[in-house]
Design a protein around this ligand. Structure first.
Ligand SMILES: Nc1ncnc2c1ncn2[C@@H]1O[C@H](COP(=O)(O)OP(=O)(O)O)[C@@H](O)[C@H]1O
Ligand SMILES: O=C(CO)[C@@H](O)[C@H](O)COP(=O)(O)O
Length: 520
C-alpha cells in the first residue's frame, strides 16, 4: 500500500490530501470551511466573537466534529480509506485544548457516537485560545521577568515570551480560573489534540509545534523546568511527552473503522501547519524561503544555524526534517486583504489583477500601515490602518491604490522583520489562499528581489503532513518526496523586475520610519 493521508486543521478550514507514492501523484484533495460546513459553532472565520478584540478563542468541539466530517466526506466521495498506509496532520499553531483526567483513561472513545460527543465531557475549558489571541501581555512580561529578561526566554525557547504562545496562554488561564486549571490533567496543542482523537489516547507533542509554546528548551529538546515554573503551577505534570516529528504516536482507533480505515494504520506525530508547510513546499533544507499567505501571513525557512531575533518578533521552531526553522507571523494577512476587498466591493479577480494594472509599483507615494486588527509583528495593540498619501487615498476613495498599498505594506513588513535571519533570499516559494494572486506574487518578487515560485498544491500544510506520513510510516526520504511532490509550475513563477526593485529599496525606508512612528 502506498497511499498516505495528510490532514490540516487550520484556522478557517480542515483539508485532506492523499498522496500515492507509487503513482507519484496527489490522488485526492478536499477542504471544508468551518464557517460554511459547521455553522452551528458560530465561528464564521474560525474563531468566536468576543467583545475584547485581543481575545480570540475557538471551539475545540468544532475541530473534533470537522475530523468526523472530513472522514465522512472522503468516504462519500468514494475514497477507499482501507488503502491508507499512514496518516499525519497539521494544526494551526499555538492553540491549546484543556482536558480532565478521564482523557487519560483508555475507553473514552470506545463507545462514542461522535468525536465531539466523546470530547465534550473531557473539556475543563469550553473554548481554546488560538494564535490570534493577544490578551496575555501581562503574563508575557511576568514570564520574561522571572527568567531574567526576554533575552533569556528567547535563548532557551527560541522566542521571547509571546502573547499567542501556549505558555503565556496557560499562565493566564491558571491565574483567572485556578479551579478549572487544577481540574486540568492534560494540555494539548491543536496538532496533538487532533492526533489524540485519531488514536483515542493522549498523544505526544512534536518538536516542530512544541517549540511554539515558550516552554521547550531548544538545547535539550525537553520541557524547560524554569519556564514551566514561571508559567503555571504543576505544569510539567499536565504536558504530554515531546517526540521527534517522525515518531509514530499510535495506531488508528477502532472508532475510525466506520469510515473504512483498516486496523492498525500508523499515526505519525502531528505538527504545526507552518512546520508541515515547510515540508509541503519542498523547503526542508536551507536555501529556500517560504511565504504562506493563509489567514496569517508567515515567512519561514529551514535554518543553517540557529539565530534568534533581537527585536523579539521572530521565532525558532523545530524543522520536521530535523534541525530548526525560523518563522515570523503577521496577523493582518488574509483577513486584512478581505476587509479591503469588501470595503471597496471588489471581487477577488478585481483585487488580484485590475488593482495592480491601475496602479504602479510605489503606488504614487501612497503608503499604508495595515493594522486592521491588533498586530503581533510589530506589536500594535490599539490602532487602525494608517494612510499616508494623496487626499483620495487618505479619504479611502481609491480602491486600486488601497489594494496596492496593503499588499506593498505586507511585503515590506515581511522583508523588514525577516532581516535578522541574515540569510539572503534568492528564491521564495509561496503558498496559501492569496498565492493565487499574480499581483501579490509580483510585489513579493520585487520587494524581496527574488524569484517567487508557486506549487501546484494549494494546501501545503496538508501536503506536508501527507509527505510526513510517507516518511514516518512508509520510510521514504525527504529528497525523493520533495522531488516527486513539490514540483513548481514554472509558467507561474514571477521574476523580480530591476526598476521595481530599486523603487522598493527606497520605499522600504519610508515604510520603516512610518512604522517606527507608531510602534516607537
Ligand atoms: N484569489 C485570491 N486572492 C487573494 N486571496 C485569496 C484569493 N482566494 C482566496 N483568498 C484568501 O485565502 C484565504 C484562505 O487561505 P488559506 O491558506 O486556505 O487559509 P488558512 O490555511 O489560514 O485557513 C481566504 O481567507 C481568502 O482571504
Ligand atoms: O501563529 C501562527 C504561526 O506562529 C499562525 O501561522 C498559525 O499557525 C495559524 O496558521 P494559518 O491557519 O493562518 O495557516
Amino acid at each position: 500500500m502506498a497511499k498516505f493521508l495528510g490532514l490540516d486543521c487550520s484556522t478557517q478550514s480542515i483539508t485532506a490530501v492523499i498522496l500515492d507514492s507509487s503513482k507519484k501523484t496527489v490522488v485526492y484533495e478536499k477542504s471544508l470551511n468551518f464557517g460554511k460546513a459547521l455553522p452551528q459553532y458560530n465561528c464564521p472565520d474560525g474563531f468566536l466573537l468576543h467583545p475584547d478584540p485581543l481575545v480570540k478563542h475557538s471551539n475545540p468541539l468544532m475541530w473534533a466534529n470537522a475530523l468526523d466530517l472530513i472522514c465522512k466526506t472522503m468516504q462519500d466521495d468514494g475514497v477507499n480509506l482501507a488503502e491508507i498506509a499512514g496518516i499525519s496532520g497539521s494544526g494551526q499553531q499555538h492553540g491549546t485544548v484543556y482536558l480532565n483526567k478521564d482523557f487519560l483513561r483508555e475507553d473514552w472513545l470506545l463507545k462514542a457516537k461522535s468525536l465531539a460527543g466523546a470530547v465534550k465531557p473531557l473539556l475543563t475549558r469550553a473554548t481554546s485560545p488560538i494564535w490570534m489571541d493577544s490578551s496575555t501581555f501581562a503574563d508575557c512580561r511576568r514570564i520574561d521577568a522571572a527568567l531574567g529578561g526576554p533575552e533569556q526566554v528567547r535563548l532557551r525557547s527560541g522566542s521571547s515570551a509571546t502573547e499567542r504562545f501556549a505558555g503565556p496562554q496557560i499562565s493566564r488561564f491558571a491565574r483567572e480560573d485556578a479551579k478549572a486549571y487544577a481540574d486540568t490533567a492534560v494540555i494539548q496543542l491543536v496538532s496533538s489534540f487532533m492526533a489524540s482523537l485519531l488514536i483515542g489516547a493522549s498523544a505526544p507533542i512534536d518538536y516542530g509545534d512544541g517549540a511554539g509554546m515558550n516552554l521547550l528548551n531548544l538545547s535539550t529538546l525537553q520541557w524547560d523546568a524554569d519556564l514551566l515554573a514561571a508559567t503555571a503551577p504543576q505544569l510539567g505534570e499536565k504536558l504530554p511527552l515531546l517526540v521527534p516529528s517522525s515518531h509514530i504516536v499510535g495506531e488508528i482507533h477502532p472508532y475510525f473503522h466506520r469510515y473504512g480505515f483498516r486496523e492498525g494504520v500508523p499515526i505519525v506525530a502531528w505538527s504545526g501547519d507552518n512546520p508541515n508547510s515547510l515540508i509541503g513546499v519542498g523547503g526542508w533544507k536551507p536555501g529556500t524561503a517560504v511565504i504562506s499567505l493563509g489567514t496569517s501571513d508567515t515567512f519561514f525557512a529551514a535554518m543553517d544555524r540557529v539565530a534568534t531575533d533581537p527585536d523579539g518578533y521572530g521565532h525558532v521552531f523545530g524543522n520536521p526534517a530535523g534541525g530548526f526553522m525560523s518563522l515570523i507571523c503577521f496577523k493582518n494577512g488574509s483577513l486584512a486583504r478581505e476587509q479591503v476587498r469588501k470595503q471597496y466591493d471588489l471581487s477577488w479577480q478585481e483585487f488580484d489583477s485590475c488593482a495592480f494594472e491601475l496602479t504602479q509599483p510605489g503606488n504614487a507615494g501612497n503608503i499604508m500601515l495595515p493594522y486592521f486588527t491588533p498586530e503581533i509583528t510589530p506589536l500594535v495593540l490599539n490602532s487602525g490602518p494608517v494612510f499616508e498619501g494623496n487626499s483620495m487615498f487618505k479619504a479611502q476613495k481609491d480602491a486600486a491604490a488601497a489594494v496596492r498599498a496593503l499588499v506593498e505594506a505586507q511585503a515590506m513588513t515581511m522583508r523588514l522583520h525577516s532581516a535578522w535571519q541574515q540569510q539572503k533570499t534568492k528564491k521564495v516559494r509561496v503558498t496559501g489562499g492569496a498565492s493565487r494572486s499574480d499581483g501579490v506574487c509580483q510585489v513579493l518578487a520585487d520587494v524581496f528581489d527574488a524569484s517567487v515560485e508557486r506549487l501546484q498544491v494549494s494546501d501545503s500544510g496538508a501536503q506536508g503532513a501527507a509527505m510526513r506520513a510517507a516518511q514516518g510510516a512508509g520510510a521514504m526520504d525527504w529528497a525523493t518526496l520533495s522531488r516527486i511532490f513539490c514540483a513548481c509550475d514554472a509558467s507561474k513563477t514571477r521574476k523580480p523586475i530591476p526598476a521595481n526593485i530599486a523603487i522598493y529599496n527606497e520605499l522600504i525606508n519610508r515604510y520603516a520610519a512610518l512604522e517606527k512612528s507608531i510602534t516607537g
